[in-house]
Design a binder for this molecule. Structure first.
Ligand SMILES: Nc1ncnc2c1ncn2[C@@H]1O[C@H](COP(=O)(O)OP(=O)(O)O)[C@@H](O)[C@H]1O
Ligand SMILES: Nc1ccn([C@@H]2O[C@H](COP(=O)(O)OP(=O)(O)O)[C@@H](O)[C@H]2O)c(=O)n1
Length: 209
């Protein structure tokens, strides 16, 4: 079974993807980490401006060397969104994602273009949303807990800017697939959101569903 989960920043897609993967015993890939890792490599080499360097970083990315914790800063989310708008970077990451999704047992992938581009034939597609204010509150809390010195207003502005860039880009923009099920988690806690997501997965994978 392949489960594709997309949505904007801090909507809760990663949390749901991890929970669903654990529930079904499936491998999980947080595809945002790929773009964050490419951005981190570019920044370490001097900056984000060199398109060729970002494509080379994407081509040579090694999943096993990704340090997820080191990539979770707000600055890396913003930098990831810059390199993710480049068609050459996206093309270079296709094969890795396709191979992950092709595992025998299936997989859960979360990102922006999983249901539209990476796994258009996924068994279940979820499009997870929440209002920008709710998402900013969640991310603000998360970054604060990690010791980052950020204000709520900065986090909200960052989320709005990233939403705009991710939705307006021409290469694999953030858009809900026609056959995805929308799940608005604005008024749902983590457990409630998980229960709702699981109900959608079960309904979609039930015989005749
Ligand atoms: N339904 C929810 N209610 C409250 N907090 C949530 C909910 N879903 C996720 N969170 C929290 O919000 C933050 C962002 O969630 P995450 O799953 O990383 O979002 P995304 O992968 O969409 O960026 C995390 O700190 C997570 O624990
Ligand atoms: N499948 C994906 C996943 C992420 N991304 C890009 O990578 C950035 C960081 O993604 P992320 O999922 O780690 O970010 P959050 O939603 O966790 O804040 C996004 O803002 C997108 O620009 C993408 O273009 N396609």
């Amino acid at each position: 079974m392949i489960v594709a989960i997309d949505g904007p920043a801090a909507s809760g897609k990663g949390t749901l993807a991890r929970r669903i993967a654990t529930h079904y015993g499936l491998p999980h890939l947080d595809t945002g980490l790929l773009y964050r890792a490419v951005a981190a490599r570019c920044l370490a080499l001097g900056g984000l401006d060199d398109v060729g360097a970002s494509e080379a970083a994407a081509r040579t990315l090694d999943l096993s060397t990704i340090d997820a914790e080191a990539l979770r800063s707000a600055a890396m989310g913003e930098a990831a969104s810059v390199v993710a708008a480049r068609p050459g970077v996206r093309a270079a990451l296709l094969d890795l994602q396709h191979r992950f999704a092709a595992q025998e047992r299936g997989a859960v992938l979360d990102g922006r273009d999983i249901g539209t581009v990476i796994c258009p034939r996924a068994d279940v597609k979820l499009f997870v949303t929440a209002s920008p204010e709710v998402r900013a509150q969640r991310r603000f809390r998360e970054l604060g807990a990690r010791g980052a010195a950020v204000t709520f207003d900065d986090v909200l502005a960052d989320i709005r800017k990233r939403d705009e860039r991710d939705s307006q880009r021409s290469a694999a923009p953030l858009v809900m697939a026609d056959d995805a099920v929308a799940l608005d988690t604005s008024n749902l806690g983590i457990e409630e959101a998980f229960a709702a997501a699981l109900a959608i997965v079960m309904a979609r994978t039930a015989p005749g569903g």
